[in-house]
Design a protein around this ligand. Structure first.
Ligand SMILES: Cc1cc2nc3c(=O)[nH]c(=O)nc-3n(C[C@H](O)[C@H](O)[C@H](O)COP(=O)(O)OP(=O)(O)OC[C@H]3O[C@@H](n4cnc5c(N)ncnc54)[C@H](O)[C@@H]3O)c2cc1C
Length: 409
């Protein structure tokens, strides 16, 4: 069983056999940067670093894209677990607004990047409908609408009466954010790895990092299949911070479920195929796919290990299907894929990206929660700049130094 998920994953079905990469096979390699992990973070960063002229080795203990990037439902949303209105009071106007703008830019850049790839990764620009799960949540959501609008984000507000005209379900109110998107995150990882390899990155699957020793500039990175000598190492290991020696970080672990239905003949009831999510915590979210499926996820549980048996997974899948049918009673929805997967998020809801202040030369990108694709894009930019000796307000905001890391500050 995969350590991160259980069940049948939508993105792993179909789409042709991806390229295979050899394991390191006992050879010793030398490079500027070793990237550990070939999910969205690792492959976006490999693509950016090779374009910047650095020599890169990327290893993955499994297959490229086969970690949580394959389990992702592929919603690209600049709004995230922490509302802008909450972030403003927590970290101040300048930094909060900057973070939200960076997330919005990341969605845009993912779209631009998708266009430069030879193969289609099913990127599509979408708006998101963020609805109030209860009357009690309306004032908070309205505050969020006003906070976004005041800072120039393209947003709309829907009252209960507005729903009737565009959706078969009604909710007390909703915030619509324009400028979000969707894609196939697995295929994006696979295609980025391919392009990075064409530009000179050396990619090795089935090669696991065991330990790293030595000073920045000359790190000896011991793997299951030989040693890589690198000036720097990037731990792009997703929901496994302990591999980066950061198991002590302030991180919450959980697991979550998702289903993808069979192809539905018509999704005309689904207004502009908006991405849907809600104010309840944990929240349900839903999207459609290009081939006409409904994907719905949620029912998070504060348990680190993914579900490991069919009947428990079926139970979660049936709950999700019932929620999807409640939203769209006219659609004939049947589950085709169902999976449960582990995830984790930082306690302050911001990603953790940057150099480990205690161990120079070791960079991390993790603690993403459910907003992994956007944060992976942020990580590739921040880490590329950091390796070129540059920093920024964004890098400082998501960096490890000022966070509750368990390390001396
Ligand atoms: C059910 C579910 C739904 C989600 N939906 C969304 C969504 O809609 N939108 C969104 O933006 N995000 C979503 N996410 C989050 C998203 O999946 C991830 O945050 C994102 O893909 C991050 O990718 P990553 O590259 O950081 O991690 P991963 O894709 O997990 O990649 C890490 C890689 O590291 C490798 N690795 C680990 N240890 C080692 C080692 N010792 N040596 C070598 N390699 C190693 C693994 O094999 C793996 O391939 C979802 C997550 C889940 C679980």
């Amino acid at each position: 069983m995969h350590p991160l998920y259980y069940g049948s994953l939508l993105w792993l079905a179909g789409g042709g056999e991806p390229p295979r990469y050899p394991s390191l096979s006992g050879r010793s390699a030398r490079c500027d940067v070793l990237i550990v992990g070939g999910g969205l973070t690792g492959t976006l960063t490999a693509d950016a670093l090779t374009a910047a002229g650095l020599s890169v080795v990327l290893i993955d203990e499994g297959r490229i894209g086969g970690g949580s990037s394959a389990a992702s439902t592929g919603l690209l949303q600049y709004s995230n677990d922490i509302m802008l209105s909450d972030l403003l009071s927590r970290i101040g106007e300048e930094r909060a607004a900057h973070f939200y703008r960076a997330c919005k830019n990341a969605v845009e850049r993912l779209g631009q990047l998708a266009e430069t790839l030879p193969d289609d990764v099913a990127f599509k620009r979408r708006s998101s409908l963020y609805f109030a799960s209860s009357e009690a949540d309306v004032p908070k959501l309205k505050t969020e609408y006003e906070a976004l609008r005041a800072r120039g984000f393209s947003v709309d507000w829907l009252e209960q009466a507005d729903f009737r005209a565009i959706f078969p379900f009604a909710k007390p109110a909703a915030l619509v954010t324009n400028g979000d998107g969707e894609l196939n995150p697995y295929r994006l990882s696979v295609r980025l790895a391919e392009r990075a390899a064409e530009k000179g990155a050396r990619i090795h699957e089935n090669t696991s990092l065991k330990s790293v020793e030595g000073p920045k500039g000359d790190l000896a990175c011991h793997t299951s299949h030989g040693t890589v000598r690198a000036s720097s190492v990037i731990y792009a290991v997703g929901y496994r911070p302990e591999i980066a020696g950061l198991g002590h970080l302030a991180i919450k672990y959980a697991r979550t479920s998702a289903i993808a239905t069979r192809v539905v003949p018509s999704l005309a009831d689904w207004h502009q195929r908006w991405l849907l999510w809600e104010t309840a915590r944990p929240y349900l979210y839903a999207r459609t796919t290009r081939d006409g499926r409904v994907v719905i996820g949620g029912f998070d549980e504060n348990i680190r290990e993914p579900i490991a048996d069919r009947s428990a997974l079926n139970k979660q899948a049936n709950r999700l299907l019932a929620e999807a049918r409640k939203l769209f009673p006219e659609l004939s929805l049947e589950t085709e894929y169902a999976w449960n997967a582990a995830f984790c998020e930082s306690e302050d809801d911001l990603p953790l990206i940057g150099e480990d202040p205690e161990r120079p030369g070791r960079y991390v990108a993790l603690g993403y929660g459910g907003n992994g694709a956007v944060y992976s894009m942020l990580a590739s930019g921040i880490l590329t700049e950091a390796l070129q000796g540059k920093t920024s307000m964004l890098a400082e905001l998501v960096g490890l130094r000022s966070r509750r890391t368990g390390l001396p500050q």
